[in-house]
Design a protein around this ligand. Structure first.
Ligand SMILES: *Cc1c(COP(=O)(O)O)cnc(C)c1O
Length: 437
């Protein structure tokens, strides 16, 4: 369960904190995270897959505030990274280096050198040329490292948005699975890079276990083949993608994924291979919300707009992926009190009005919801955008010279400011003019 619930009086709470008193202290727009949701999701995810004791590497690209990351690291989580900057943040959050995995198709020499110096656990390799480059840099540093080959198993979930498919043939990620055998034959005996695993990340969000089943069958048969060829296979990394709930706010039933995935991997775990999983949004999405305030309500054509003080510059997902986020006022009358966010029932939609919820940015694509049924809104009302803990703040920008929002972490009765609200001064960061000789 996530920890964003309404009191019987109709006031939204995050854990024990009343959202009105929070906003009084910190203002809006505001990202609010529940520490207990983060921890609970991690623990329950781990528990569901306990039979194969996976190294769970939380995908830091979904949410990279080091104070939140630290909560997971303290529970034993590793971190999945896709850049040198993410490795840096993971280390700042005290992640043991050997629990860091590093994917990404564009690893630069500097990033590779940094990852080698830090001594990270596994490089997930995305091309022949990248392998040779990593091997060359590792040789210079006389470091021996572990690597897994990222392959595209070519399975897709029909409900996954085109912009977030990553494991199909012809995607820019990894190498086609048919090329994997040749890859291992060419590079499987490298002196510095111990190519000993297979990695997949098939896309996101994935709503059913089926695509995992298909993908895992493909890579386990590849692993069987490679083992027969004399390769010592040690790592099987099945990536992330497990769904989050953008409407009801209930965390997915990880047991349903585990029921399918565990039996497929158990024989490999029993043979001593390490299973790695890279969940991102499934842990972070429902652990955070974005609180905003209605600035204006206006009409345009036959539409009604609620103009709020956040938008695509703080939460890009609607503009970028046509993503739908459930949203509801911070304070509601009793008749609009919701328990499970089921509002499409006729009874529940009585007395609601239709709004396009839009931001202040000068782009038509700057919207958060279109034609959404909501209780009547007026200037000054708080509106909560749910399931914003993943791919939210990390994608924020200062477009239109709007400072970024603050972030707070709620832990029971305690409120922690974990990122300062930006000010106009922050718009000048790095702007000192100096002559380059
Ligand atoms: C983005 C990403 C993930 C996490 O994806 P989610 O859908 O958030 O779980 C995991 N692994 C890799 C390599 C990624 O790029």
């Amino acid at each position: 369960m996530d920890q964003f619930n309404y009191s019987p009086e109709g006031v939204l709470h995050c854990e024990d904190i009343n959202i009105n008193s929070l906003v009084e202290k910190v203002g809006t727009p505001l990202y609010v995270y529940s520490a207990n949701s983060f921890r609970d999701h991690y623990k329950r995810f781990k528990e569901a897959f306990a039979a194969i004791d996976p190294l769970i590497c939380f995908s830091i690209k979904t949410c990279n505030n080091i104070h939140l990351i630290q909560e997971l690291v303290e529970l034993g989580s590793g971190i999945d990274t896709v850049s040198g900057g993410e490795i840096f943040l993971a280390r700042q959050a005290n992640t043991p280096a050997d629990k860091i995995v590093y994917a990404g198709i564009g690893k630069t020499d500097e990033e590779i050198a940094y990852a080698l110096d830090e001594g990270i656990g596994v490089f997930n390799i995305e091309s022949e040329e990248e392998f040779e480059n990593i091997s060359r840099i590792a040789a210079q540093k006389k470091k021996r490292i572990k690597a897994a080959l990222r392959v595209t198993p070519d399975v897709i979930d029909a409900r996954t948005h085109d912009k977030t498919k990553t494991g199909n043939r012809g995607s820019k990620f990894g190498v086609d699975i048919e090329r994997a055998k040749a890859f291992f034959n060419t590079y499987g005996k490298d002196e510095y890079v111990d190519l000993c695993g297979v990695h997949i990340h098939i896309g996101s969000p994935i709503y059913t276990p089926k695509p995992y089943e298909l993908a895992i069958r493909k890579i386990t048969s590849l692993i069987d083949y490679l083992t027969d060829q004399g390769h010592d296979m040690k790592i099987i990394d099945i990536g992330g993608g497990y769904s989050a709930d953008y409407s009801l706010g209930m965390s997915p039933k990880w047991e349903e994924f585990a029921e399918v995935i565990v039996p497929l991997l158990k024989p490999y775990y029993d043979k001593g291979m390490q299973v790695i999983m890279e969940p991102g949004r499934t842990i972070s999405a429902n652990s955070g919300v974005l609180l905003t305030e209605v600035n204006y309500v206006k009409k345009g054509g036959d539409k009604q707009f609620a103009v709020v003080n956040t938008g695509m510059h703080h939460l890009l997902r609607p503009a970028m992926y046509e993503a739908e986020h459930f949203m509801w006022p911070g304070n509601v009358e009793k008749k609009h009190l919701i328990s499970e966010r089921i509002i499409d029932k006729e009874e529940a939609t009585k007395g609601l009005e239709k709004y396009d919820v839009v931001g202040p940015i000068c782009e038509s694509s700057d919207y958060l919801a279109k034609g959404r049924n909501l209780p009547q809104l007026k200037r000054g009302d708080l509106l909560c955008i749910f399931t914003a803990g993943a791919y939210g703040m990390v994608m924020s920008s200062q477009y239109n010279a709007m400072p970024r929002p603050a972030e707070v972490m709620i832990d029971g009765e305690e409120i922690f400011l974990i990122r300062e609200r930006e000010s106009y001064q922050d718009l000048l960061t790095g702007l000192e003019k100096r002559k380059i000789d």
